[in-house]
Design a protein around this ligand. Structure first.
Ligand code: ADP
Ligand code: GLC
Length: 485
């Protein structure tokens, strides 16, 4: 293994600058873990309108031939910690907008150009500096053209010749599928539009490009690596995944315990640990106050922090409102997303204002309070490539109740009351019956304090730190390097 690799990340979100989901956490935490192991990472991310200008020190600009030969990218550099460099890609026409992808589900019409530009700007950055990273690491469809451009235009380039690329799928449901003419718009050769190229149902798919043109492909949990080989979770690309055969590996995401650990959390009312749980009661009181719920009677609090979209399955929860309101529990919801799901939760809060409270907003500080102050954490996902919040919950002694899918299977071990093993509760059926079956077991266990504390501690002692995953990625980088000779 090489002593020091230089890895170039291409991503569309990055904490703390821009985040719509877990990808932003991973884009920051994985480079940090790689740098701690002695490697160097340069992360390319667009300078969106919500990121201040200038976003860092100006490094120059280059011409990036994508759709319009006159477009240039400006590069601005920041270094959040030693070994990690962030390069913001400045292109006002494309990125100086309020949202990264568009408003709600209304994607910007020029997203193919915007993200093709990101991919090619990263390559032109290196070419213009005569510098060659060891490996590119492209994430999700927004970076899917990185390996395509490398193969189409840079394979014999004096600087970037035969640069390998690793592609990571964070969510197969978002594929970046566009009309066939997009190839012409982007100046990509038409022969890339065939079935063994980017072709997808008569159009083209950026995700498929990432999948087929990279030296190695990973996804964010071992179970999801299996699931995307079948139609239910492959969304039409299961054949392309299978074509890569054993090369698609699942590497579980980790947790940045500098950010998500009740021993050091700067957002919560009182810090606590597995050895001293006392502070959790203060966090619960603080959470109830933040959501405007009464402190008494002392009922378990079920927490939710999520994008409220079909993937996450919260329509199952709102559909089971009658059963839920008949149970001795309280519910706090922090999330944004589909109006129908929000309306369902709002209606529950209207029916039981002393037990259900909702906040339809994005609030990181409040997310920390929900993790710390809840007793249970609910994730009824229909599919979940990895999921981070259930791993955060485990560290906070907030027992997860999850559907058995994807990364939730790999991170939440069913509680066995006889042996005192396990960390949470899982259910298979994505319906109200399944949900209540698991929740009722959890509520019964909650009533038995000694076994509940055992269950909490089992979870708190789990270690999902990034170091292990970073080492697994290093092996994949080496494998990719081996493929290009
Ligand atoms: P996904 O990426 O599918 O949304 P993950 O569990 O991987 O799911 O990551 C979700 C991330 O977004 C977590 O860091 C979570 O705390 C955060 N998050 C989601 N919704 C909100 C919200 N409304 N307010 C604050 N943080 C949120
Ligand atoms: C996606 C997935 C989520 C995963 C995250 C980070 O947003 O929906 O399950 O944890 O990416 O990999």
């Amino acid at each position: 293994m090489r002593e020091r690799l230089h890895i170039a990340f291409v991503v569309s979100e990055l904490v703390p600058w821009v985040k719509t989901g877990g990808l932003a956490d991973v884009s920051a935490a994985l480079p940090k873990a790689l740098a701690k192991l002695g490697h160097k990472v340069t992360i390319f991310v667009p300078r969106y309108g919500t990121i201040g200008f200038p976003a860092g020190e100006f490094l120059g600009s280059v011409h990036v031939p994508v759709d319009d030969p006159r477009r240039s990218a400006g590069f601005y550099h920041a270094s959040p910690q030693p070994g990690v460099n962030v390069v913001f890609v400045e292109q006002p026409t494309f990125y100086d907008r309020p949202w990264p992808y568009g408003r709600g589900n209304d994607d910007y019409g020029d997203n193919p150009q915007r993200f093709a530009f990101l991919a090619r700007a990263a390559l032109e950055y290196f070419r213009s500096r005569g510098e060659r990273p060891d490996v590119f690491h492209a994430h999700d469809w927004q970076a899917g053209l990185v390996p395509v451009y490398l193969k189409a235009f840079y394979w014999d380039d004096p600087t970037l010749y035969r640069s390998p690329c690793v592609f990571t799928i964070h969510n197969m449901a978002y594929q970046g599928n566009f009309a066939r003419e997009t190839l012409d718009v982007l100046g990509l050769p038409r022969h890339l539009g065939t079935a063994d190229g980017l072709e997808y149902h008569g159009g083209i798919s950026f995700m498929k490009g990432g999948l087929l043109f990279s030296e190695a492909v990973t996804t964010v949990s071992p179970t999801y690596a299996q699931e995307i080989q079948r139609p239910e979770h492959g969304y039409g690309l299961e054949g392309a995944v299978r074509a890569r055969g054993g090369e698609v590996s699942g590497i579980l995401n980790g947790v940045d315990y500098d950010e998500w650990d009740p021993r050091v959390d700067r957002f919560i009312a009182r810090r606590y640990s597995a050895d001293d749980l006392a502070g959790k009661a203060a966090c619960k009181a603080d959470l109830l106050q933040a959501f405007g719920l009464p402190a008494e009677p002392d009922l378990p609090v079920v927490g939710v922090i999520s994008r409220l979209v079909a993937q996450k399955g919260f329509d199952i929860v709102t559909g089971a409102w009658w059963d839920l309101l008949n149970r001795p529990l309280r519910l706090v919801v922090l999330g944004t997303g589909e109006p129908a799901v929000q309306a369902g939760f709002a209606e529950m809060a209207r029916r039981a204002p002393d037990r259900v409270a909702v906040r339809f907003e994005y609030d990181n500080a409040l997310a920390h309070k929900v993790e710390a102050g809840s007793d249970l954490f609910l994730m009824p996902s229909r599919f979940e490539p990895c999921g981070l919040t259930q791993m955060y919950s485990l560290r906070y002694g907030t027992v997860p109740v999850v559907r058995s899918t994807g990364g939730l299977v790999d991170t939440v071990e069913p509680w066995d009351a006889v042996r005192g093993t396990g960390t949470g509760f899982r259910f298979d059926h994505a319906d109200g019956t399944g949900l209540m079956w698991a929740l009722d077991q959890a509520l019964a266990e909650f009533a038995d304090r000694p076994s509940w504390e055992r269950l909490m501690r089992n979870g708190m002692e789990k270690d999902f730190s990034w170091e292990r995953s970073a080492r697994a990625y290093l092996e994949v980088y080496e494998r990719a390097l081996g493929q290009v000779g």
